[in-house]
Design a binder for this molecule. Sequence first.
Ligand SMILES: [Zn+2]
Length: 210
Amino acid sequence: MKIVLLGPPGAGKGTQASILSEEMGVPRVSSGDLFRDHQGRGTELGRLAKTYMERGTLVPDEVTIRMVMEWVDAHERAFLLDGFPRTRGQAEALDEAMADKSGIDVALSIRVDREELVRRLTGRLICRGCQATYHRTSSPPSVEGRCGECGGELYQRQDDSPEAVVKRLEVYFEETEPLIGYYRQTGILREVDGEGPIDEIKAAIAAALN
Ligand SMILES: [Zn+2]
């Protein structure tokens, strides 16, 4: 099965992607993984992507699509694309690039209320020592401000400040609503409620894929 996984930051997409990938044995990749892999191997595409990243500009879709297609060609039968495509334009380009093979089977969207996303994202704390993650309300450290693993200091990433979170979500919803509309039109969209215990969400995803 060829799956595209969609979901806003804070929706638990990464967690569900690893569960899906492990339990179904489906290879998974994100555009970040591809950038790192290509740069690590020093490929032409990796060098190209790096020039944009160093300038602080977005890597053009054309470059990302070439990386994705190379990976897709090596995993033809089943795969999970995590966080790609992000825009309707990328989705159309992906469908075009896959036109001569069977296309994506399911676009799985994990939905979480915007207020809940803000709560989840702004509550995240990270250990300076070992990078362990905590949450102010859902998994607080036993000693305030201290890591239970290594005793290190906990901090909030700049990206997780309330202002930054609101901005990130705005960008996401602006780009992604049209993407969800696109997959609804092509008839492969499945939506899953991303609020609740991890196991329930996992079961809902399994049901949506059947
Ligand atoms: Zn720690």
